[in-house]
Ligand binder design. Structure first.
Ligand SMILES: CC(C)(COP(=O)(O)OP(=O)(O)OC[C@H]1O[C@@H](n2cnc3c(N)ncnc32)[C@H](O)[C@@H]1OP(=O)(O)O)[C@@H](O)C(=O)NCCC(=O)NCCS
Length: 155
């Protein structure tokens, strides 16, 4: 079944929390210390996704079930996570294409993401380039940009 990207609904929240917790424990834990992983797991609860959805546009990728998520606030990317059992099948790329197209349509000339060390190669592969690094309460964050095509004028 083809994966579709759609906006978050509150009943997605428990599944998104499950995906994020698994990514953090099984994937990001190779690049970040245990105390940071614990702090992030405590932050990304189902309730947090509901709360975040009031200040950002939260998207989910779904086939027979929800397999990944990304959020955007204008041209800024947040909270990109794909079910570790379904990694490297193009879901992350599809989620990014979706929000990049929406940001371009809104008139933004570039996209900005704050990447984990873990996701750095993924973003480079998608055409993002390094801008700077920042230290956050959740550890090292790599800021990358990608130019967006200018939106076609309305007919
Ligand atoms: C990073 C992440 C979102 C990528 O999602 P995904 O669905 O596996 O990515 P895709 O299959 O769309 O990958 C697209 C391309 O990115 C590159 N890529 C993806 N994951 C990669 C990895 N772990 N290492 C190196 N390159 C990678 C590859 O070139 C890949 O294309 P290919 O598989 O044809 O070679 C996912 O692995 C994840 O959730 N990681 C843990 C959580 C995390 O760090 N999130 C980011 C927070 S900023």
């Amino acid at each position: 079944m083809a994966i579709e990207v759609r906006l978050f609904r509150p009943d997605d929240a428990p599944r998104l929390a499950e995906i994020v917790q698994r990514c953090l424990r099984e994937v990001n834990s190779h690049d970040y210390p245990a105390d940071i992983i614990d702090k992030m797991c405590a932050y990304y609860t189902a309730e947090r996704f509901v709360e975040l959805s009031s200040s950002r546009l939260v998207y989910v990728a779904e086939d027979v079930k929800v397999v990944g998520t990304v959020s955007r606030d204008g041209n800024k990317v947040y909270t990109m996570f794909v079910d570790p059992d379904l990694a490297r099948r193009g879901t992350g790329r599809q989620l990014m294409r979706h929000i990049e197209a929406l940001a371009a349509r809104d008139g933004h000339d570039h996209m900005e993401t704050g990447a984990s060390i873990t996701a750095h190669r993924f973003y480079l592969e998608l055409g993002y380039t390094d801008v700077h690094e920042s230290e956050t309460e959740f550890g090292l964050n790599l800021i990358l940009h990608k130019p967006l095509p200018s939106a076609a004028p309305d007919q």
